[in-house]
Design a binder for this molecule. Structure first.
Ligand code: ADP
Ligand code: MG
Length: 449
């Protein structure tokens, strides 16, 4: 076979390779390839962009050579030519080449306040922070891709911007793009409607670093997920950094493209947990300081102990306190803070059963529930009893009268007295606040089961 029909040869080879690698990669990487000519034992192929040629070279070239040899009896070399039509499309999307260009797809802005410096490090986020810094120092290397997951309001977006800001500083010409998965999906759909998918692809596949936030949004959205899969492959294959955030771990996702999820684990996966009390205090101190807002220590501890699960809520609390204190001009007290933050503090918890309060408090102080309801006045029983009454006041919708009845038929004034007494202690003793908060959390978790 001295002069094989090159198109025929290529199509036979692709058919054979397809059986080995499966339809999807074949459609993705081989189908878009066109055969140009066959000269001097070189098969000249046209590929949509350079990622295709490097991908094919890296992944399929060896196998293709063997197949060609089997089919034609000769050694056949492959050579690639990047499609010209596409290259002209690629150029204007390159922000380095044309900084002032009015692209349809401008690179999004990074929030200058979200830096590594403004990020408070604690046990809950130490690994995520350290690896994020490492990514920004050596993008596209062993930390690629970098996957951060954690609940809402724990600093994922902050770290993504932190990586972007730091990379821009170190490499001012790097093409760094921050986007949300939601934006990616919308932009992709628009590009289909406007016949601009080439521009869309050129934008996303020509980056040095793609920071994509809240990826859970595009998982299981068939076409968008596929598109992202291709974007990911292009970037990854070109050793470009990909950073992904999510509200859940790769294992907890249900994708249509299983291989996308496994790719998420190729680099580093870091999770962010809710911050502990110490970190919450440090975050509040830092924010207050940045805002030039003086907050007494006991108020800081009160807020940090009351708002536990979400750093955004922590910040929101501080903003409300600031607004209040700038109105009154007087120093904040724990009492003010409790009043101002009433809604956000109670919104963290749902009503619980009074029996649960009694059981948890009794257990904590090693007394019997029937002692709490009984008449004993020794301190070892009276104190937990008052505490349980106080908790019943703040954690249930019951009236003073109803609470009194549940504590061995006591008068509502007794409940009121207990509530005020415990309240005073809560306001003056940050460590007692922490204890009360722990009890509340235990009570909540018992009632959730
Ligand atoms: P997520 O993206 O995980 O929902 P964000 O990154 O938007 O959370 O964080 C919510 C807010 O809390 C932001 O204003 C962010 O700056 C702040 N924040 C989160 N973690 C920290 C931290 N460790 N130190 C300082 N601020 C933080
Ligand atoms: Mg976020």
């Amino acid at each position: 076979m001295n002069n094989p029909n090159p198109k025929e040869l290529w199509s036979q080879a692709v058919t054979l390779l397809r059986q080995e690698i499966g339809d999807e990669p074949a459609d993705l990487w081989l189908k878009p390839v066109e055969v140009l000519r066959f000269e001097n034992q070189v098969l000249q192929l046209k590929v949509p962009n350079k990622f295709f040629s490097s991908w094919i070279r890296e992944h399929y070239q060896k196998r293709l050579s063997t197949i060609f040899k089997d089919l034609s009896g000769h050694d056949i070399n492959l050579d690639y030519e990047v499609s010209k039509d596409l290259r002209t499309v690629l150029a204007p999307a390159d922000p380095i080449a044309e900084p002032g260009s009015q692209s349809d797809f401008p690179l999004s802005e990074l929030n200058p306040r979200y830096t590594f410096n403004s990020f408070v490090v604690g046990d809950s986020n130490r690994f995520a922070h350290a690896t994020a810094e490492a990514v920004s120092k050596s993008p596209g290397t062993q930390y690629n891709p970098y996957f951060i997951y954690g609940d809402v309001g724990l600093g994922k977006t902050h770290l993504l911007h932190g990586i972007g800001n730091s990379m821009r500083k170190e490499h001012p010409r790097a093409r760094v793009l921050y986007t949300t998965a939601e934006h990616f999906v919308n932009e992709f759909i628009n590009s289909i409607h406007q016949n601009k998918t080439e521009e869309f692809r050129a934008k996303y596949r020509n980056l040095d670093c793609l920071l994509i936030d809240d990826i859970q949004f595009l998982i299981a959205r068939d076409r968008s997920e596929q598109e992202f899969f291709h974007t990911f492959n292009s970037l990854f294959n070109a050793h470009k950094q990909v950073v992904i955030s999510s509200d859940r771990s790769p294992k907890d996702m249900s994708p249509t493209e299983q291989r996308l999820i496994s790719r998420f684990e190729w680099g580093v996966v870091a999770d962010i947990k809710p911050p502990d009390l110490e970190t919450r205090i440090a975050i509040l101190r830092k924010k207050a300081e940045t805002e030039g807002f003086y907050v007494p220590d006991d108020v800081i501890v009160f807020v940090a102990s009351s708002v536990k699960t979400n750093i955004r809520a922590l910040e929101g609390s501080l903003i409300r306190l600031k607004a209040f204190s700038s109105m009154t001009g007087s120093p904040l007290t724990v009492d003010d803070a409790r009043e101002i933050l009433k809604d956000s503090i109670t919104s963290e918890s749902s009503p619980v059963r009074l029996e649960t309060i009694q059981q948890v408090v009794a257990y904590k102080y090693s007394v019997d529930v029937k002692d709490l309801k009984g008449q004993t006045r020794t301190a070892s029983v009276a104190m937990p009893r008052q505490l349980a009454m106080y908790l019943a006041c703040v954690m249930t919708d019951l009236s003073l009268k109803e609470i009194g009845r549940a504590f061995g038929g006591r008068d509502h004034t007794t409940v009121l007295h207990a509530r005020e007494k415990v309240k005073r202690r809560v306001e003056s003793d940050p460590f007692f606040v922490e204890l009360v908060n722990k009890l509340q959390a235990d009570i909540q978790s018992v009632d959730k089961q």
